[in-house]
Design a binder for this molecule. Structure first.
Ligand SMILES: Nc1nc2c(c(=O)[nH]1)N=C([C@H](O)[C@@H](O)CO)CN2
Length: 123
């Protein structure tokens, strides 16, 4: 299985369970690994045959930035649904890091994996 990745995508959004959090924007950092057919894209050298990490990045920035969430779990689940349904990705691992959310912790968040890992080189 080949992977296209996108790391350290910082997005400001409204996220949290407390009233004070619903009144501010806070950063989250997304790290993504997505199964993809890298060999096919390499053979044609065309972006149309590749999983376009720029397009994924733009879509997630718009979705996360324009919505509000209570839990990091919800944000993560919605993002993987978009990646799978809109970009045809069969397997994805997403880390959502809510940096600075817990005093004395470097970062907190969730890691989720959705879909089946392809057994061939195809995404
Ligand atoms: N499993 C989770 N635990 C907590 C969350 C969360 O989204 N998922 N959120 C909070 C608060 O919003 C916290 O981040 C504010 O400091 C607490 N626990």
């Amino acid at each position: 299985m080949d992977i296209v990745f996108l790391r350290g995508l910082r997005i400001e959004t409204v996220i949290g369970i407390y009233d004070w959090e619903k009144a501010i924007r806070q950063p989250v950092i997304l790290d993504l690994e997505m199964s993809a057919d890298v060999a096919r894209a390499a053979a044609s050298d065309r972006i149309e045959d590749a999983l376009d990490y720029k397009a994924v990045s733009k879509r997630l920035k718009a979705f996360v930035g324009d919505n509000r969430f209570e839990l990091v779990e919800t944000l993560a689940e919605r993002c993987t649904e978009i990646i799978r349904s809109e970009f045809g990705v069969s397997w994805v691992r997403l880390t959502v890091n809510k940096i600075g959310a817990v005093t004395d912790a470097v970062d907190v968040g969730v890691i989720i994996e959705r879909g089946a890992r392809p057994t061939t080189g195809r995404g």
